[in-house]
Design a protein around this ligand. Structure first.
Ligand code: SF4
Length: 450
């Protein structure tokens, strides 16, 4: 059944639904003026989360899909850190008070490319501009190949309590093909250093569908990772979009696994992790049963934002840095992707927002349904529609793709309750897409469903 469904749906180009509508629908109609207004309107009852983007790396991994660039001169990184600090002050001024902050996430690029003292300064600026709650989660993405002991100490002093380590694959042939050679020993050493520093929330990122990857190499990578017992895994399918990411042209397409092989690899990784005691969460996360993400999944409070699955329930996500996306109750905003233009705007005392999206009531309803499908493998359409003052019948009528998915057995509809059976969960994005009123306009921009 899975192979048949993969053949039917696997080649579809679909969003990952880390937002709804998705980023290709953002437009310049929402700019710095809208963002300033939206910030001033944030209700006093709301707390916020912060995302800080650091778009620099020392070397390019050929599979990379992030907004990043290779940098050799440390002065550029130092100047960028100064711009982030100015942007933090600007945004705090527009909000007009020290908003409570529950989550902070440093992503990239490689955030730990900053000098340790620069990172310490940045955290001090954040704490001055915002009220970072004592229990706040402070997370950072780490490239284990370049993390220094001084940076580990700076992370500890700054109160960082969660780290995501890029692992991808320990298979040497795969590592050569993706230009990312990283030994098990490097990963083990960094994991140990972080834990000794009290940074005990450890995530590993793995990828399947890379050149030369096989089921055997995926399982071998998982086994090595399990020796280090991270709390969570993120497992992503490689998204090959060389038209958008030019460095991906260095990947030889002849060595990329097809949809069927990708499905086998994803399944093998999932089974190995579940056998080891991890709980599968949504499309691509796995967590130990006592991890906060597994608890949020059990308690139906799991959310999805631009970083993927999250325990963060804040209604305001403030994005800082070039390309960073923010999400406020009124809609989405995105900063200029170009570091130069972003920096010039901030230096001139302007917000660097260049596009965004103002949400309609229909968007909010569909966003809720799609988020529940992505987080819980199903959705109570009746309850969600009632919360939005509408009826499930009307929503079902406006989702014509759903009929085909139901007749193919990808999803079941019992009354108003939608459920995705375990053997078709790998097609979760296809089910979510059935409720996407904007899909056709941007289909070519997304990666394959499997
Ligand atoms: S370290 Fe991460 S962000 Fe940097 S090039 Fe590699 S995959 Fe991309």
């Amino acid at each position: 059944m899975s192979a048949e469904l993969a053949a039917i749906y696997g080649e579809e180009r679909l969003p990952r639904y880390t937002s709804y509508p998705t980023a290709p629908h953002f437009s310049p109609a929402v700019g710095a003026g809208s963002y300033a207004r939206w910030l001033a309107e944030i209700p006093a009852s709301l707390s916020a989360s912060l995302y800080l983007h650091v778009p620099f790396c020392r070397e390019m991994c050929w599979y990379c899909g992030c907004h990043t660039q290779i940098v050799r001169r440390d002065e550029l990184i130092a100047a960028y850190q100064g711009t982030l600090r100015r942007e933090i002050e600007l945004v705090a001024e527009k909000i007009g008070r020290r908003i409570r902050v529950e989550h902070i996430h440093f992503g990239g690029g490689t955030p730990t490319i900053m000098a340790p003292e620069a990172f310490t300064d940045l955290m001090a600026a954040i704490r001055q501009a915002f009220f970072v709650l004592p229990q706040a989660e402070i997370a950072i993405e780490i490239d284990p190949r370049t993390l220094t002991a001084d940076m580990v100490e700076a992370l500890r002093l700054a109160g960082v309590n969660r780290a995501s380590l890029g692992v991808q694959s320990f298979d040497h042939d795969v590592q050569i093909a993706i230009n990312r050679v990283q030994s098990f020993e490097q990963t083990a050493s960094v994991t140990g250093d972080l834990r000794r520093a009290g940074i005990t929330g450890i995530n590993f990122d793995l990828i399947y569908g890379l050149p030369h990857q096989s089921v055997a190499s995926c399982i071998a990578t998982v086994r090595r990772c399990l020796e280090l017992k991270p709390d969570r895994f993120s497992v992503f399918g490689y998204a090959h979009v060389p038209g958008f990411k030019k460095h991906q042209r260095k990947i030889d397409e002849a060595h990329l696994p097809d949809s069927g092989a990708r499905l086998d690899q994803a399944g093998a990784i999932a089974n190995a992790l579940k056998e080891a005691g991890y709980v599968q969460i949504g499309l691509d996360h796995f967590a130990l049963p006592d991890d906060p993400m597994a608890i949020a999944f059990r308690e139906h409070s799991l959310r999805r934002n631009f970083q993927g699955y999250t325990t963060d329930t804040s209604e305001a996500l403030l994005g800082f840095g070039a390309s960073a996306i923010g999400h406020l109750p009124q809609g989405y905003v995105q900063n200029d992707v170009q570091i130069g233009a972003y920096s010039q705007a901030i230096a001139a005392g302007r917000l660097a927002t260049v596009k965004g999206y103002a949400l309609t009531d229909d968007d909010r309803l569909r966003a809720d349904i799609i988020e529940r499908i992505m987080c819980e493998f199903g959705a109570d359409l009746g309850a969600i529609c009632a919360r939005h003052g509408t009826a499930a019948d009307a929503m079902l009528k406006s989702a014509p793709r759903l009929k085909t998915l139901i007749s193919d057995g990808v999803v079941k509809l019992d009354g108003d309750r939608l459920a995705v059976p375990s053997d078709s969960r790998f097609l979760l994005r296809s089910v979510a897409a059935a409720f996407d009123a904007h899909l056709d306009a941007a289909k070519h921009r997304h990666s394959r469903a499997v």
